[in-house]
Design a protein around this ligand. Structure first.
Ligand code: WTA
Length: 656
């Protein structure tokens, strides 16, 4: 590995800077009058009624943006492009996992399909404000379903199709969803895997975590994807292809209040129960559209844009659906895994479709690095003119590799920091402006104000680590946690209540050149391949097992996934004592976490220990466990109730 200067910068080429959508003046313009700037950005969209006020912050921390304005998100993402004469432009180049399977959907096609689906959903008696759960792989119908919900003012709650039925059920119940949209199955590594079976399990009464069937759900709408056998409940289940194609392709969208809830998206917090983050319409769509335009330097009708995130995550919402489609983009959507049928798949797609903007997570980039440079090298990737990164800090080595081997050693990289809660990108280089430093997210976007502070809300000096805070409300900010506004105030606004700062949960620093470095979570949230999982969520899945008395979970550095889950468990006295049995138990525990939460949450290591390191007041000292998991010699153990405990754990641990 060569040593690189951490201050080495990569400026855009003069040719790129020349054609960029925005230049350096954008920052001053926004700073001169922040609200006037966002007012202007909101006019990118089509509104049925103008707003009376840009921001109402009188009920802080609940914001109202573009007060009394009215619009329809689906109209803005679909119809208006058709009306502007771009109906023949491809909206979605969809590629299935089986290699002979693809579909191109133009904006006109999309308008017809979304209208048909909206007509069907309203025929069920659903009305604006009702919730619909979407549990689907990346299919054209997934996009159509989301946009049809938006068109009717139905609040969608997309649940990642890799989540377990228990996770689906808790989300369906929390939101009282009336309809679940799913598929019979999904292709994974060349084989069909069941999906509807998971919905049946989720909605029934056989899960240990539930009491009776899900009573809010009236219909399950099922896309036929793999043709595998499914169980059927005649009064509840309907096939998509039996009810949607016969619907009229005419549907007049109704305009909704700017603050109408567009979607819920559940994410992990520091406690076990996932929280339903609430996003509304006008502010969200404004910032989604603006940031997609300026951060990706998107040129409608010219670029082929690929956001590789699954629609089950916020990135898939804002930069897979709402940002790009509001800007009339041509989007690449690929159903499968990057190594199906082999490691060339993404590069073949880039080459075949001429993808020009590619947005991915560092974990995927590191996976490409492991596969080797020969793989991208076998393809003509010259169409790429901009690369993006999201979800976790990108290590400088991966940044350089990405630029060199995917970006032809020439194109700008945008390292974008944001969260499910922020709704849209907050910190990122502007590609035509920034002299980017590998590993730094650089600077808050125009119209966004952030700071790095100590525990007393004082700005910390350059090069010192502090807490990342957002000091002014922003259009795409969450409006709350579904059904729990107390938790909303408490989680994000109580840490710096007096100053009214939003506490992001990340540590950060500014360097002496003013570049911002995000340094990872400072709370009990882990980041596994860019997916947020809380330590307590995994701990409660582990202690749910009959043999486990106590569990402590930490996120440890991992070369590929960023962090990996490492668990320490104490067994109950009733658990079998012979250590031969322990490996089987560890396998069982891993499988349990996978079914309770998701395969992503499966611990990399589980160690059976005699005791956990605790302070005299009984608090588990995770820091020591993290040191152990990352192979460091333990730090100060003097505050432990039993200072010899770390030695015992090292000596007696049974690891799997
Ligand atoms: C982390 C994903 C460093 C961060 C859009 C944040 C990042 C959490 C970056 C949100 C980045 C996201 N650099 N860290 N560019 N992007 N993060 O809600 O810890 O899934 O708080 O949203 O991911 O994860 P979420």
């Amino acid at each position: 590995m060569t040593a690189h200067d951490p201050n080495e910068t990569f400026a855009p080429s003069p040719a790129f800077a020349e054609q960029a959508n925005v230049g350096p003046g954008e920052y001053e313009r926004a700073a001169a009058d922040r609200l006037a700037f966002w007012d202007e950005q909101a006019r990118r969209l089509d509104w049925a009624a103008d707003w009376n006020e840009v921001l109402d912050w009188s009920d802080a921390p609940v914001a109202k943006w573009f007060v009394d304005g009215r619009l329809n998100a689906s109209y803005n993402c679909v119809d208006r492009h058709v009306e502007a004469g771009n109906g023949d432009r491809v909206a979605i180049h969809w590629v299935g996992e089986p290699t002979d399977d693809s579909r191109d959907i133009t904006y006109s096609d999309l308008k017809d399909e979304v209208s048909r689906t909206a007509n069907y959903l309203s025929s069920l008696g659903l009305v604006a404000g009702d919730r619909v759960a979407i549990y689907m792989p990346l299919l054209p119908e997934t996009y159509i379903a989301m946009l049809a919900c938006a068109r009717l003012g139905l609040t969608h709650s997309v649940v990642f199709a890799g989540f377990s039925s228990a996770a689906l059920r808790s989300r369906v119940d929390d939101a009282s969803a009336k309809v679940v949209i799913t598929a019979d199955g999904q292709f994974r590594r060349g084989k069909p895997a069941p999906l509807k079976a998971g919905v049946d399990e989720a909605l029934g009464d056989s899960l240990p975590s539930v009491d009776g069937p899900a009573d809010s759900v009236q219909k399950v709408l099922v896309v036929r994807r793999t043709g595998i056998d499914v169980d059927w409940q005649d009064d509840r289940d309907v096939w998509w292809d039996e009810v949607i194609p016969g619907q009229s392709a005419e549907h007049t969208p109704e305009a909704f209040d700017s603050e109408h809830p567009l979607f819920l998206l559940y994410t992990s917090g520091t406690t076990g129960k996932p929280k339903g983050i609430v996003h509304t319409t006008g502010g969200y769509l404004t910032q989604a559209s603006y940031t997609h335009d300026v951060v990706f330097d998107h040129k409608p009708g010219k670029d082929v844009y690929w956001c590789t995130a699954d629609v089950g995550w916020v990135t898939g919402h804002t930069y897979g659906v709402y940002g790009p489609l509001s800007n009339g983009a041509t989007c690449m959507v690929y159903e499968g895994t990057p190594n199906s049928p082999n490691e060339h798949r993404h590069f073949e797609i880039i080459e075949k479709y001429g993808v020009s903007i590619y947005y991915a997570a560092p974990t995927l980039i590191r996976t490409f690095m492991k596969w080797g440079r020969e793989i991208p090298k076998a393809h003509d990737l010259s169409s790429i003119r901009l690369l993006g990164s999201v979800g976790e800090p990108i290590n400088p080595e991966a940044w350089r590799w990405y630029r060199e081997h995917i970006g032809g050693d020439a194109v700008p990289i945008v390292d974008t920091w944001w969260q499910t809660e922020t709704g849209a990108i907050m910190i990122s280089p502007l590609p035509g402006v920034a002299e980017a430093k590998p590993g730094s997210a650089m600077r808050a976007l125009p119209g966004i104000n952030v700071s790095v502070v100590n525990g007393d809300a004082q700005e910390v000096p350059a090069e010192e680590q502090g807490f990342l805070v957002i000091t002014e409300p922003w259009p795409a900010m969450l409006r709350g946690i579904w059904g729990d506004m107390e938790r909303y105030r408490d989680t994000y606004w109580s840490r710096f209540a007096e100053e009214g700062y939003y506490f992001a949960g990340d540590g950060a620093k500014f360097d002496s050149d003013g570049a911002l470095w995000v340094l990872g979570r400072v709370d009990d949230v882990m980041n596994i391949s860019g997916h947020r999982i809380s330590t307590s969520e995994v701990e409660s899945a582990l202690v749910g097992h009959d043999s486990v008395a106590e569990a402590a979970v930490v996120g440890a550095n991992d070369e590929t996934t960023g962090q990996a889950i490492v668990a320490f468990v104490i067994l109950r006295e009733s658990a079998p004592e012979d250590t031969d049995h322990h490996q089987a138990l560890i396998d069982e525990l891993r499988a349990r976490v996978s079914t309770e939460i998701s395969p992503i949450a499966k611990p990399r290591d589980i160690t059976i220990v005699p005791e956990l390191p605790k302070t005299r007041s009984g608090k588990i000292m995770r820091r020591l466990l993290k040191d152990l998991a990352e192979g460091r010699d333990g730090g100060d153990t003097s505050t432990l109730s039993d200072p010899t405990i770390m030695e015992q754990i090292r000596a007696k641990g049974t690891r799997g």
